[in-house]
Design a binder for this molecule. Structure first.
Ligand code: 3SK
Length: 510
C-alpha cells in the first residue's frame, strides 16, 4: 500500500484483525494503554478535530509532546488530516523554541502541560500559531486542553496523498547550531520499517519494545513507533528521563523483549549493575545502539550480562533511521557494521573521488528514506542532498573484511548522548555570560570513552569564573545536555591569522 502512511501503520491492523492488540503502554502513572483499534478511531477523530478547528492541509503543527499515549494519536491523526506534524526535542530552551516556531511558521502547537512554561514566553511574540492545545487537566488562557479539542469531533477519512508528499518534519542542529527543518515524505516511514526495522531489528508481533530514545528523535520514532507498528507489536512509553534507575525499573516491571539504547546509557547501566552485583530480569532478545559510536568494552560487558549482543549502527535525521549496522549474529564491536539492506554507501575524499580499503573518507549514503530537503535552506539542501546521495559529515574507514569504522566528523560537531552538539552554539552561550571574554569548545572523552563538551575560557579582566555557575548558565540557555562537563580557564586561545579558533590544537590538549 502506498499513499497515506497512517493507513498502513494504523488502520491496516484493524482490517487484518489485530485491532485489539495493544499498540502503546505507558510505563508510568496508571499504565494507560491504547489498542490499535482505539488508535485508529482516536487518530481519525483527531483529524476531524483539526478540520473543525480550521487547520488546513499542509499547515504545520508543532508537537512538544512527551512520550505518552497522545503522541501517536496526534502524529497519526495529523497525517490523516494532511497536516504536517513537527515533533520537537522536549529539552530545548525558550529561545530555541521561539526560533523554530518562527522558522516553521506552524499554525498549531500541541504541548504536554509539563513543558508549557518553557514555551509560554515565546507565544506572545509569534504571529503564526492560532491554536495552542495543552495535554493536561487544564489550560491557561488562550489555550485549550487536548480533551476539549477532541470532544465531539467526528472521525475524518484520511486524506489521499502521493508517496512523495511531505508527511512530517524533524529539526536537526547544524554546524552553526541553527536548527534545520528536515522534511520527510510519507513513503519514507514504510521504507525504514521494511529495511532496518524488518531486516536488522527484526521486530515481531509478540514483541514488547522499549526505546530510551524518545519519539521526537528520528532514532526513537523508528524504534518506538514505526517499527513495532509495522508488525502490530507493543511499545512501552516513558515520559521521564531515562536514568539507570528508571530504565532498570522499566526492564523489571514491564519486561521488554527489544531494547533500543544509546551508548551513554548502556555504559551507565553496566556500571550500575557491576557495582550492585545484580541486574534486572527481563526477556531481552534484541538490543541496539546508535547516536554515537558504542565503546567496545560496553558492548562486551552487556553481552556478558544478558547473553545478547548490542547491534551498533549509524543513522541520521536526514536518512530517517539507521543505514549502516551490525547484524544479528554478526556483531563486531568497534565497528558500525555493514550497509543495511536497501542502502548503498560510499567513502569519498574531498574531491569526491572514492577512497579505497583502509583509507578514511566521508560517508555518503543512498536509500529510499532520504529526506526531501531542508526547509527554506537551499544552499544546505544542495550541499547535503547531492542527487540520490546524502552526505553524512561522518568520516569512516572500510576494513578489508567489509566493515565500516567511525573516524570522527568532517566538521567540529560531535554528539552527546546521541544528540548533535555544535561547539559554536555552546561557545555563543558561554560568551553571553558577563564574566566570559572568549570561549572555545571541543569534544573530550570521559572515563567511558564517550564524548562530552570541554570549554576553554578567557575571562574578562577582574572576573572570576565559577565553573558550576557557568555550566548551569549554559544548561538554562541552550539545553540540558550541551553544557561543558569540564571548564578550563586560559590566558588566550590558539587562533589563525584571520582570527579563527584552532580547535584542533585544543583537542590535542583536552
Ligand atoms: O544518530 C544516529 O545514529 C541516528 C540513528 C537513527 C536515526 C537517527 C539518527 C540521528
Amino acid at each position: 500500500i502506498g499513499g497515506n502512511a497512517a493507513l498502513w501503520f494504523v488502520d491496516r491492523h484493524v482490517g487484518e484483525g489485530r485491532g485489539d492488540g495493544i499498540a502503546f503502554r505507558e510505563a508510568f502513572g496508571d499504565n494507560r494503554e491504547i489498542s490499535y483499534g482505539d488508535l485508529a478511531e482516536q487518530s481519525a477523530r483527531f483529524a476531524g478535530a483539526c478540520h473543525r478547528a480550521g487547520l488546513r492541509r499542509e499547515e504545520r503543527a508543532i508537537m512538544l509532546v512527551l512520550d505518552q499515549i497522545e503522541f501517536p494519536v496526534i502524529f497519526w491523526g495529523a497525517l490523516k488530516a494532511g497536516i504536517v506534524p513537527i515533533p520537537l526535542n522536549t529539552l530545548l530552551s525558550t529561545s530555541v523554541y521561539d526560533a523554530i516556531f518562527h522558522d516553521s511558521r506552524a499554525s498549531a502547537l500541541f504541548v504536554s502541560n509539563e513543558l508549557y512554561e518553557t514555551i509560554a514566553p515565546a507565544l506572545p511574540l509569534n504571529p503564526f500559531i492560532r491554536e495552542v492545545i495543552v495535554i493536561g487537566d487544564s489550560a491557561p488562557e488562550g489555550a485549550r486542553t487536548f480533551n476539549a479539542f477532541m470532544e465531539g469531533a467526528e472521525p475524518a477519512e484520511p486524506v489521499t496523498v502521493c508517496d512523495d508528499e511531505v508527511a512530517f518534519w524533524l529539526y536537526s542542529s547544524g554546524s552553526t547550531g541553527q536548527p534545520k527543518g528536515v522534511r520527510h515524505v510519507h513513503s519514507s516511514l514504510k521504507a525504514t520499517a521494511d529495511t532496518y526495522g524488518a531486516q536488522v531489528l527484526g521486530v515481531r508481533q509478540d514483541d514488547t519494545v522499549y526505546s530510551v530514545a524518545k519519539l521526537f528523535f528520528a532514532y526513537g520514532l523508528g524504534n518506538g513507533m514505526t517499527f513495532p507498528m509495522a508488525v502490530g507489536a507493543t511499545t512501552l512509553l516513558y515520559n521521564g528521563r531515562p536514568t539507570p534507575d528508571s530504565v532498570s525499573q522499566i526492564l523489571t516491571e514491564h519486561r521488554p523483549t527489544v531494547f533500543c539504547g544509546v551508548p551513554t546509557l548502556y555504559a551507565a547501566l553496566v556500571h550500575k549493575w557491576e557495582s550492585e552485583g545484580a541486574h534486572p530480569d527481563a526477556p531481552l532478545r534484541t538490543c541496539i545502539s546508535a547516536g554515537e559510536a558504542l565503546p567496545e568494552e560496553v558492548g562486551r560487558k552487556w553481552q556478558a550480562v544478558w547473553g545478547v549482543d548490542i547491534m551498533d549502527g549509524v543513522g541520521s535525521t536526514e536518512m530517517l533511521h539507521i543505514f549502516l549496522s551490525n547484524r544479528p549474529g554478526d556483531v563486531v564491536y568497534g565497528t558500525s557494521g555493514v550497509p543495511v539492506p536497501g542502502y548503498e554507501v560510499r567513502l569519498v575524499d574531498e574531491a569526491g573521488a572514492d577512497v579505497g580499503v583502509g583509507e578514511v573518507g566521508e560517508l555518503l549514503v543512498r536509500g529510499a528514506s532520504s529526506a526531501d530537503g531542508y526547509w527554506n535552506q537551499r544552499d544546505k539542501s544542495r550541499s547535503t542532498f547531492e542527487g540520490h546521495w546524502t552526505r553524512t559529515g561522518d568520516k569512516y574507514e572500510l576494513t578489508p573484511d567489509g566493515r565500516y569504522v567511525y573516524c570522527g566528523r568532517t566538521d567540529d560537531m560531535f554528539k552527546v548522548s546521541g544528540i548533535w552538539v555544535s561547539p559554536f552554539e555552546v561557545e555563543q552561550a558561554l560568551v553571553s555570560h558577563p564574566a566570559v571574554l572568549e570561549a572555545a569548545v571541543v569534544a573530550k572523552r570521559d572515563d567511558d570513552g564517550l564524548e562530552k563538551p570541554k570549554a576553554f575560557l578567557v575571562l574578562k579582566s577582574g572576573q572570576a569564573g565559577d565553573p558550576d555557575a557557568l555550566k548551569a548558565f549554559v544548561q538554562d540557555k541552550i539545553g540540558k545536555w550541551k553544557y561543558p562537563r569540564w571548564v578550563e580557564i586560559v590566558d588566550d586561545l590558539p587562533k589563525t591569522a584571520t582570527g579563527k579558533i584552532q580547535r584542533f590544537k585544543l583537542r590535542e590538549t583536552a
